[in-house]
Design a protein around this ligand. Structure first.
Ligand code: ADP
Length: 256
């Protein structure tokens, strides 16, 4: 039986006077690919911060890999990639390989030199995201989509079981978004890494994810992708807060 790796039960959270999450429950099992979708301001990032242990819920419980979050110590099992950072567009002088190796600092310790083995681990992570040919390039020379692949490789060097991403395709042009998502699907299928991807998109990622959770202050739908796809646009609009129309792709896979 598949083990549960994220379990949020009845989580509520209030910033000063505004309640952002109420009775929010989410369950992610090993090897699953979840799209957590919702409009802007619906509490997606807040829920991620709670799962990452950066915010403490007012009520409810959070378990990671079966352990209460308060006592969870295996941080390396979780990789995190945020929205595209602009810091590297300013000509920051680091190669792609250096950026990926910097993900190992927690393991090797700051200021200790990297070993040959570390270099190989970083190259392997670049191979997984199909970016090995860019290893010696300056990160600032890459496109937004390529940079995000590098940040995924950086998150992969610690060999996580779960990759959490917050709107990773913001600022990436649509053409590259498609191949980025297809790469994620491969990561999930071929390497068995569970994915929790937060997005306000309601189409493309839900074609690739195995499961979908719809959040707007609370969870309005939580289930397998095929059930999400069967819902009417009117059902989605009712919790989304304004009318939405999904694009119906002819296939559930996007060509790379
Ligand atoms: P999403 O990621 O879905 O866009 P967020 O979790 O970022 O939503 O935000 C949910 C709501 O909480 C929004 O109304 C936002 O303005 C508010 N919010 C987010 N962060 C803070 C904060 N640090 N202090 C007060 N309100 C906040």
């Amino acid at each position: 039986m598949k083990k549960t790796i994220i379990e949020c039960q009845n989580v509520s959270f209030t910033y000063e006077h505004s309640t952002v999450l109420e009775h929010t429950s989410l369950e992610v099992k090993e090897g699953e690919f979840w799209a957590l979708i919702g409009p802007n301001g619906s509490g997606k990032s807040t829920l991620l911060k709670i799962i990452l242990g950066l915010l403490k819920p007012d009520t409810g419980t959070v378990k990671l890999f079966g352990q209460n979050i308060e006592s969870f110590k295996q941080r390396e099992r979780i990789g995190f990639v945020s929205q595209k950072s602009n810091a590297f567009n300013l000509g920051f002088p680091a190669t792609v390989l250096e950026v990926v190796k910097s993900g190992l600092t927690r393991k090797v310790g700051l200021f200790k030199p990297f070993s040959k083995q570390d270099e190989e681990t970083a190259m392997n992570a670049l191979r997984i995201v199909k970016m090995e040919q860019f290893a010696r390039k300056n990160i600032g020379e890459l496109s937004g989509g390529q940079q995000q692949r590098v940040f995924i490789a950086r998150a992969l060097v610690g060999k996580p079981d779960l990759l959490i991403m917050d709107e990773p395709t913001v600022g990436i042009d649509q053409q590259n978004v498609t191949s980025f998502y297809t790469m994620l699907k491969g990561l999930n299928r071929e390497h068995g890494i569970a994915i929790l991807l937060v997005t306000h998109e309601i189409d493309l990622v839900t074609d690739l994810a195995s499961h979908v959770a719809c959040l707007n202050r609370t969870i309005h739908f939580h289930g397998v992708q095929s059930e999400y796809k069967k819902m009417d646009d009117a059902d989605i609009s009712s919790w989304y807060g304004h009318p939405v129309r999904r694009i119906h792709h002819s296939s559930t896979e996007v060509e790379e």
